[in-house]
Design a protein around this ligand. Structure first.
Ligand code: PLP
Length: 390
């Protein structure tokens, strides 16, 4: 291994959401944070070195968007997903969440409905609610082996007021990497009902062995023309603090609408470190990512094995992508409040409460395994201690 993912980096006192303000957030200072989806690993050495050089230069002026930024994205998307995208399709945005919000505002009117598939990433709710649109739920169902989409329910839920769907591909928190076949059926329903789709593909670089990410827009020409794809180097290279993401919009009418909104808000620029991070990570970070994926895969298998052996009351599917485990505590026959209390007060470990992902997440907690093995082992021991106390 060229990169050392075992290194424990002390992240306290670095203004980190995950590691700071634990007393305020959880009521306990002495707690192991395994919640927010950022990782406890250093970014690729290549990115750190590029930053050092820029810091040494000492002038941090406005950034001109260079062709090389677009090239880095175009080449990455081609290499990783075999998708040929054009420079003019790419629009820079300050994050995937703002990108979702812009889409909701531009593609729907107040009072109209937006489809989501809960349990799902909490900001999906926020970008709909905060823009006075209405949530239209098409919950995932569990078929005994894994979470799957409920197409019958989806067809029933689409009505006159439903114009837009926000898809999470791969899905946070359930860890599914939607297959080409699943996306084809979903896409057929969207085309038939004239829906536009914002496809959040921020986790698309975290695909475990044996699975393949299919960008929704590559399924068919029709879907390409009605999909806004959101991607970023942020999760992939553990640089989310740089607030840099991009939208890929092949349809010129959709793109013009979206671009007008970005320009109206004057957020069509990119920060100096965001640009440098994106270009360096995509051009020089692939070896780091390949090693990271092996490490994550080990962590996932270790965690699942540990849970099966030591905490059999907790059920978990092996994810196909992401570095998140969606733990099901329902067999304990305890309320989510009771489980939360035990995790915080007895285990002293912070996971994401499943209820944040919608009522469908009641009884679940999300565990982030994007951390050194030693941290993961400690976290699992703490979860075990909490469960045994119940
Ligand atoms: C599905 C999903 N979308 C978006 C984000 C965050 O995007 P950004 O930080 O670029 O706004 C996350 C982070 O956890 C996520 O899981």
């Amino acid at each position: 291994m060229k990169y050392n993912f075992d290194e424990i980096v002390d992240r306290r006192n670095t203004d980190s959401i995950k590691w700071g303000n634990l007393k305020e957030t959880f009521g306990e200072e002495d707690i192991l944070p395994m919640w927010v989806a950022d990782m406890d690993f250093k970014a690729p050495t290549e990115v750190i070195e590029a930053f050092k050089e820029r810091v040494q230069h000492g002038v941090f002026g406005y950034t001109w968007i260079q062709d090389s930024f677009y090239d880095a994205i175009i080449n990455w998307v081609k290499r990783r997903f075999n998708w040929d995208i054009k420079k003019e399709w790419i629009l820079f945005i300050p994050g995937v969440i703002p990108g979702l919000s812009i889409g909701v505002r531009e593609l729907t009117n107040e009072g109209e409905k937006v489809l989501i598939q809960p349990p799902v990433y909490p900001p999906f709710y926020e970008v709909i609610n905060n823009n006075n649109r209405v949530i239209n739920k098409n919950p995932l169902k569990h078929n005994g082996k894994k979470f799957v989409m409920d197409y019958e329910d989806l067809e029933k839920k689409i009505d006159e007021e439903t114009k837009l769907m926000i898809l999470c591909n791969p899905h946070n928190p359930v860890g599914r990497v939607w297959t080409k076949e699943e996306l084809e059926i979903l896409g057929y329903i969207c085309v038939k009902n004239d829906l536009t789709i914002i496809c959040d593909e921020i986790h698309s670089d975290f695909i475990l062995k044996g699975y393949k990410h299919t960008p929704l827009a590559t399924i068919s020409k029709e879907l390409e023309q009605r999909t806004i794809t959101l991607m970023a180097p942020s999760k992939t290279f553990n640089i989310p603090g740089l607030a840099t993401a991009f939208a890929i919009i092949p349809n010129p009418d959709l793109r013009n609408k979206y671009q007008k909104a970005i320009k109206a808000l004057r957020i069509d620029n990119i920060t100096i470190f965001g640009a440098l991070g994106l270009e360096t990570a995509y051009n020089k970070g692939e070896e780091w990512l390949e090693e990271l994926l092996k490490y994550i895969e080990y962590n996932i298998d270790f965690a699942i094995d540990y849970i099966h052996k030591n905490i059999p009351e907790v059920e978990v599917d092996r994810p196909e992508g992401t570095y998140l485990l969606w733990l099901n505590f329902k067999k304990l026959n305890k309320t989510s409040d009771e489980i939360y209390k035990a995790l915080i007060e007895v285990g002293k470990v912070a996971l994401n409460d499943g209820r944040q992902y919608g009522e469908e997440g009641d009884g679940f907690f999300r565990l982030n395994v994007g951390c050194p093995k030693a941290t993961l082992e400690e976290g699992l021991r703490r979860i075990e201690k909490a469960v045994k106390s119940l």
